[in-house]
Design a protein around this ligand. Sequence first.
Ligand SMILES: Nc1ncnc2c1ncn2[C@@H]1O[C@H](COP(=O)(O)OP(=O)(O)OP(=O)(O)O)[C@@H](O)[C@H]1O
Ligand SMILES: [Mg+2]
Ligand SMILES: [Mg+2]
Length: 535
Amino acid sequence: MLQLARSFGSRIAKKGFHFLPDFKLKCGLEIHTQLSTQNKLFSLSTNDPFASASLPNHHTSFFDVSLPGTQPTLNPEVVLLATKLAVALNSRINMNSRFDRKHYFYADQPMGYQITQHYSPFAKGGFLELSGSLDTIDEDFKRIELVQLQIEQDTGKSVYRGSEGRSLIDLNRSNVPLIEMVTQPNFTDLKQVRAFIKKYQNLVRHLGISTGDLETGAMRVDVNVSVNEHPRVELKNLPNTSSILSAVKYEYQRQVELIQSGETDRYSGFSETRGWTGSSTVKLRSKETTIDYRYMPDPELPSVKLSPSAVQSVAQSMPELPDAVLRGLMSEPYNLTLKDAKILAIKGNGHDQLYTQTDLLKFYLDTFNCYSELSGQRLNPKLPTNWIIHELLGNLNRLQLTLAKAAEAFPPQKFAELLMLIQDDKISKASGKLLLFHILDETNTSSLAQPVDLGALIESFDLNTIEKIDMNELKEICIGIIDEISDPKLIEGIVSGKKKNSLKFLVGQGMRMSQGRIKPYLFEQAFKDLLEVKW
Ligand SMILES: Nc1ncnc2c1ncn2[C@@H]1O[C@H](COP(=O)(O)OP(=O)(O)OP(=O)(O)O)[C@@H](O)[C@H]1O
Ligand SMILES: [Mg+2]
Ligand SMILES: [Mg+2]
């Protein structure tokens, strides 16, 4: 079986992938998202499913381990976060949703059932809109409709110790709150699937309701795939976006080949659940043999009663949604590119510890406002963008400094003053970079006099020489030197960055001609500007 799957996988790899016009792909997603609440769904134990490595079975109450006689009590914070998500997704919130028991036996589910919402889920309907301008899809707009949102418990974890021939059970994750969001099967190609996952992930992060990380399992995506009007196959165990996309591609081709060879009947419509091995999908179970979960209303939990005014006040407390933030940043007065707007407004992986997206965006907007007041008519929107995205963020990473700490020593007002010094040629770009790095570095290692006195620093580092020299003279000297160079390869080497050292030669010429009046870094910057050197 596995052998067969492997040979199929290599066939696909050899043939390359493309959609065939006669075979229409249809996909629907089921996404489970762990909510970042303080406590678990039905108990007061700490919600920290990632403590497991060092502290297995640590965050567990009597209820989480299913001691007889313990009863669930709903955590209201879960309802708050679920409401935020439902509002953001334009779902119709059920003012009276209920919990049901889904029965199955598994060692990491000691109660013998999972509490979920089967008959009367938290919210129904709703949609998430993808757009060609913001989301890298081929269509101008693509609306993905949602079936429902339901609140449910996560299960514990089984840890297999193959060598010891046994399984260990860790219940830290047991009873962690989840939202299962189910879409309609509206996806017709891979770009839409990729864009939706990114967008949903960003939304839950933006609303502060989940870390949204696929790698840790905080967000888990199952994909249902069908071709033409044949039954769907459900794909599980997809640890990251590239697995999701590869699995859909593989599954599409597998199903197309089954249809082409007329084998669909023999496979009784091949409706089944399959897992992803990393290179192929393999059958986990068929839908026909699905266990009957014997859903029944949970008699120990009352229904979740909400009032329209409660939902409304949650809606009013919510931040502006990501698309609106992006569109705002891409229009007057900011005029950011989509790429830059996303850097400011959408959380990437990796910089989590240094700043939150909300703080970064606020720092940018505050700096922009201060700078715009100082610069008046001469406002250049690219200046704050470049200096915050490239210089500031670059330095925070390099120094492993948090934005909060950096902003304490160097708040938006000061940042705007620095931008003005650069704009007015009071200091060169190179000096500006030096100054910023120095300030941030000092913040990191010792206590810098606060607030930072830019004027004093410029004086002490002798960075303002640029004022005393005639910029036109500098430029003319540089043009003269470049004209004198007979070997075009030398200039080419500098521009391409292959011969960075040749720039020193030009600077040397300049120093000689200006008899040392003009500092080398000024020449360096002037040559770089003239030659439009990017490095
Ligand atoms: N013809 C189809 N092709 C592809 N996907 C489909 C098709 N019909 C339904 N789907 C998708 O299948 C999924 C059904 O999910 P749902 O949670 O309702 O049921 P389930 O998978 O049977 O149950 P469970 O939650 O136990 O996995 C949805 O994402 C839906 O979009
Ligand atoms: Mg399913
Ligand atoms: Mg489901």
